[in-house]
Ligand binder design. Structure first.
Ligand code: GN1
Ligand code: MG
Length: 335
């Protein structure tokens, strides 16, 4: 906590700090709830092995938040006018903690789907006013499926953790969906436009009001930058259509709730519709296949690499995550 306290000093927080406690469930960064007598704040420590160039995130936040949208929670600046500060070799940032709100892990009811879809739809309408060339890719090639498939290939070849034998079926299944990569290339060659995307629109990156589920804020802006709209709509499909969490043990519980997809499309289009191009509208649901596939590949590669990227809470977790994404992908492909 010493480093956290040191980081907090850079933001000139008013009042005595009465508590700092770990908070939240993200797979990558560490978050802390900071309490003073009169306010609650969220302090985050950036995962440096994932985000190797924090200055890119800083630059994206500067470009984004100067456009001052009510879609995002307040981010505090240091005396130097920066959102990040370095303390004990780590990069930190400080935001308002939003009370009476929650970040859903799975969608429990159409009202949640509607509000999250509207929230990300509003984000899309807003981000249409931003120019992709003013934003940087925080992680180069983050959503390039070709690159992710290459990484999986390397992981298979090295089999560094000696796990290949145990996941041959998943590797085979994953290989049967390689056509998704070719289809994406085809869409790009047909003029799919690049825009500023959130690039991590999983359900729990949207804060809803605890009282009436209304949309509050879009959070987790680490990967915000150039991208294709189908990434954002696709990650919403990936994380809302099944009632299961990413690490669900029982594969048979994975299902596609068709009515959830209908509400997702209606809510998202209602808020973003006027800024979407025809090719984007036509490729929205392909995004579900693309994002589910890319996550399957990433989880499988991390399992083969011995769990070096995602936080895990049990040994088989990345195997189970990959298996579940592939099951979800099969079901989506049957739609
Ligand atoms: C990571 O940080 P978090 O949990 O929102 C990952 C996303 C994945 C997601 C899968 C920088 O997001 O790309 O979709 O896990 N973020 C990064 O749950 O790799
Ligand atoms: Mg994140």
């Amino acid at each position: 906590m010493k480093a956290a306290l040191k980081a907090l000093q850079a933001y000139n927080v008013k009042g005595v700090i009465s508590g700092i406690a770990p908070f939240g469930l993200g797979h990558i960064n560490d978050s802390y709830l900071v309490e003073t007598v009169d306010q609650k704040l969220l302090l985050q420590k950036l995962n440096r092995s994932v985000f190797k160039s924090p200055e890119k995130i800083e630059s994206n936040l500067q470009a984004l938040l100067q456009a001052a949208s009510a879609l995002f929670t307040k981010h505090y600046k240091t005396a130097e006018g920066l959102y990040h500060t370095e303390a004990d070799g780590s990069f930190w940032r400080l935001m308002d903690f939003i009370e009476d709100s929650y970040a859903p892990e799975t969608a429990n009811g159409l009202i949640e789907v509607e509000k999250v879809a509207e929230g990300f739809g509003r984000f899309t309408a807003f981000s249409n006013t931003l120019r992709p060339e003013n934003f940087k890719e925080a992680i180069p090639q983050f959503h390039s499926l070709s690159w992710r498939l290459e990484q999986l290939g390397e992981a298979i070849e090295k089999d560094i953790a000696g796990r290949l034998e145990s996941c041959q079926d998943l590797v085979k299944k994953a290989n049967s969906f390689r056509w998704i990569d070719a289809k994406m290339d085809d869409l790009i060659s047909k003029g799919l436009p690049l825009r500023v995307c959130h690039n991590d629109t999983k359900l729990n990156n949207c804060l809803l009001s605890q009282s009436d589920h209304s949309f509050r804020y879009i959070i987790d802006l680490d990967t915000l930058g150039p991208g294709y709209l189908l990434y954002d709509f696709g990650d919403l499909m990936r994380t809302t259509l099944s009632p299961t969490e990413e690490n669900e043990h029982d594969e048979n519980l994975i299902e596609i709730r068709k009515d959830y997809l209908d509400v997702l499309l209606i809510g998202f289009s209602k808020e973003s519709g006027s800024v979407l191009t025809d090719i984007e509208i036509q490729s929205l649901t392909f995004g579900g296949l693309y994002m589910t596939y890319i996550m399957a590949i990433r989880f499988l590669a991390d399992f083969l690499n011995g769990d070096t990227y995602y936080k895990t809470s049990f040994e088989e977790e990345n195997f189970i995550r990959a298996r579940n994404q592939l099951r979800l992908l099969e079901l989506m492909n049957e739609l």
